[in-house]
Design a protein around this ligand. Structure first.
Ligand SMILES: CCC/C=C/C(=O)SCCNC(=O)CCNC(=O)[C@H](O)C(C)(C)COP(=O)([O-])OP(=O)([O-])OC[C@H]1O[C@@H](n2cnc3c(N)ncnc32)[C@H](O)[C@@H]1OP(=O)([O-])[O-]
Ligand SMILES: NC(=O)C1=CN([C@@H]2O[C@H](COP(=O)(O)OP(=O)(O)OC[C@H]3O[C@@H](n4cnc5c(N)ncnc54)[C@H](OP(=O)(O)O)[C@@H]3O)[C@@H](O)[C@H]2O)C=CC1
Length: 295
């Protein structure tokens, strides 16, 4: 990605990237450091964070700190933001990338599984936004990017993440308006199918590779392609962009492909409400069992 943005674009800026130790978050943190920012990566597992911070700081010219925090825990979020402010004296750029889910038919998601995903992706993102705003951005302005997903047509097999990301997209719009007069811009980035170690594990048995060939782009996106979009939205180049969602999906969200395939069935009941334009009753569509399933 070197060379896409002016060197030193984020020099003097302080950034926080949740989930910044791995995958997309790491690529975002890496690009911010490359452009001169002082970045903190925060998540639950210390080892990936430590390694990422060390490698990014060694690469420079900015620097990268790491901090263990679970965005589901209010106290962790408060400590995370306070630590950044105490150490770096400001928080200009916030990327809410920390999140996750598991693949499951909606019918099988336990109440606790639902709650874990909603509390991470929606409540966690809200808590980080609110804390950053209360402690710094309300007085000093800033830019926020929330990472969501391609949930625009629903998200079969990931109902919990679809619902929470759609909620975050709406939250993004609300905050963009409520915080405009504080000088805070809030945008979302919706990645399509992005190759990361976690995505490959989430979609086991090579499903990710299989799906890549059916995308309009005929390949998965890369973490660096998402990072470039995030950097644009954080940059002064996007000074008049707020409340927007930037889809980084190679047009996949406009295409009929879905990871979930609807099995062949004839379970939809026929329409028998009223006569068609000819005046005669229209024949019932479908066959077999569906004929017996009127509302
Ligand atoms: C096309 C590409 C799309 C996008 C791809 C990506 O985003 S990839 C990159 C994204 N990266 C990631 O997604 C990685 C990060 N993911 C995570 O950290 C987790 O998926 C998390 C968000 C659920 C949090 O988990 P946690 O450790 O805090 O959870 P916990 O241990 O406290 O359990 C809470 C409840 O959840 C249940 N449960 C959990 N897993 C499963 C499962 N596989 N099956 C069924 N259920 C599952 C568990 O059983 C329990 O319910 P119970 O039994 O008490 O009724
Ligand atoms: N890859 C893809 O195709 C897509 C990814 N996304 C989203 O983009 C984001 C990054 O995904 P990706 O890089 O692929 O996968 P990763 O699993 O590498 O990234 C998720 C990051 O979030 C962190 N995280 C999870 N839960 C918490 C928590 N409670 N508190 C703090 N940090 C947390 C994880 O670290 P730790 O476990 O140590 O806490 C991890 O670093 C995720 O939100 C993902 O859902 C959206 C659409 C598509």
């Amino acid at each position: 990605m070197a060379g896409l943005f002016s060197p030193g674009l984020f020099a003097g800026k302080v950034a926080l990237v949740t989930g910044g130790g791995t995958g997309i978050g790491r690529a975002i943190a890496g690009q911010l450091v490359e452009l001169g920012a002082a970045v903190t990566v925060a998540a639950r597992r210390p080892e990936p964070l430590r390694q990422t911070a060390a490698e990014l700081t060694a690469a420079g010219p900015g620097r990268c700190h790491h901090l263990q925090a679970d965005i589901r825990r209010e106290q962790d979020v408060l400590r995370m933001v306070e630590t950044v402010l105490e150490r770096d004296g400001a928080l200009h750029l916030l990327v809410n990338n920390g999140g996750g889910q598991f693949v499951s038919p909606a019918a099988d998601i336990s109440r606790n599984g639902w709650r874990a995903v909603i509390e991470t992706n929606l409540t966690g993102t809200f808590t980080v936004c609110q804390t950053a705003h209360r402690l710094h951005m309300r007085q000093h302005g800033g830019a926020v990017v929330n990472i969501i997903a391609d949930m625009f047509r629903g998200f079969p097999l990931m109902a919990h993440t679809g619902a929470s990301r759609a909620a975050v997209e709406n939250l993004t719009r609300t905050l963009a308006v409520e915080w405009a007069h504080d000088g805070v811009r809030v945008n979302a980035v919706a990645p399509g199918v992005i190759y990361s170690a976690s995505a490959a594990a989430n979609y086991a048995d090579g499903l990710l590779e299989q799906c890549a060939g059916e995308l309009p782009a005929r390949r998965c996106g890369t973490t660096h392609e998402v990072a470039a979009a995030v950097c644009f939205l954080l940059s002064p180049g996007a000074s008049y962009v707020s409340g927007a969602t930037l889809r980084v999906d190679g047009a996949a969200s406009l295409y009929a492909r879905q990871l979930h395939r609807v099995p062949a069935h004839d379970r939809l009941p026929p329409y028998r409400g009223r006569a068609g334009p000819t005046g005669r009753a229209e024949p019932a569509a479908g066959s077999g069992r569906s004929r017996d399933r009127e509302w």
